[in-house]
Write a protein that binds this ligand. Sequence first.
Ligand code: ADP
Length: 262
Amino acid sequence: MLLTQKNTIYYHPQGKEISVFEHCFRNQLPLMLKGATGSGKSRFVEYMAQQLDRELISVLCHEETSTVDLLGRYIIKGADTEWIDGPLTQAVRNGAIIYLDEIAEARPDVLVAIHSLTDHRRKLFLDRHHETLDAPPNFMLVASFNPGYQRGYKELKASTRQRFVMMTFHYPNKEIETQIIVNETNIDKNTALKLVNIAAKIRGLSELGLSETISTRLLVDAAKLIYSGLAPRLACRVAIVETLSDEPDIQSSLQDIINMNF
Ligand code: ADP
């Protein structure tokens, strides 16, 4: 029997993002999701791919990611060479959704290579393979970007930014974040609310100088540990405190906030 994957991905909307995505898909416009790590961007893209019944190909970009990684390469096979499509080429051929996570981290040649895909041409030039692909209507390019340039992340050039429709992901409000934690982990609502209160407090403390503050992901991780039986203070210590900082003073401030709730 074939097991269907339909309607298995849980995503709690925060605003009009589903509608924006659908309209971008319909109008063949590339979409850029801005927001801190762990704010639900990847989950949202997975959910939308499922809703639109499209294959999703995700690539986490890093400073070594180059066009060869995305477009493809020749490999030696016996006495011959064989062309292997990279993930972006596969997505264009299959009419899939490609998600280029943390696109600003990739090498500059990647941004040049996607130019022709992100404007009216919707073409992918495979120079090494002497081939040009026309993206089918169902192909969609989605990218993410963490605009934390003051904290060591790379910025995106205006010429790249202007090729995308852009949408910012903030951390969800208390009610939604509590629901997400309950849904993701089966933990009781009261404990989820305590975690959300801890997050609200930590997010409000800019004086801690954290390079990145507490995300929904960290709350979900802490809740999973608590649900499986780890003592709440210890669960928060390893899932939240240690993750956010290595500084003993900051760690102890964070632990104080946790101890006030658990
Ligand atoms: P990002 O891609 O922004 O780094 P993710 O999409 O990986 O973040 O989210 C991290 C985790 O947080 C997810 O695995 C999920 O458990 C939870 N999460 C965050 N936002 C949502 C949401 N709106 N609906 C469901 N789960 C969410």
